[in-house]
Design a protein around this ligand. Sequence first.
Ligand code: SF4
Length: 115
Amino acid sequence: MKELICICCPRGCHLQVDETQDYAVTGNACPRGAEYGRAECTAPTRVVTSTVAVRGAAYPRCPVKTAAPIPKGKIFEVMATLDGLTLRAPVTLGQVVVKNAAGTGVDVVATRTLE
Ligand code: SF4
């Protein structure tokens, strides 16, 4: 039995996931918790947020995030890619800054506009 706290909403339900019963979830107040508990124990994913260097803008770094959750095991590879990247202003909100980051099929996008 694995114990988790659901991070899908501020209520933070305490979940129990039974690996021996096909990842049956208890302690969840709604179906999202069951889905989260099962996914967290079988194929955990996260949205990655970070910043990337940018030249020619009022600020030296641009905030970015993955457009969707990626496997946790790919996070460091994506961060290494972002570490070596420098954008050129202007950058537009939603602009793809890395396509198919670390082969996940998910793009990294800018989360603000920098003129
Ligand atoms: S199980 Fe539902 S109510 Fe409980 S924290 Fe998760 S999303 Fe919120």
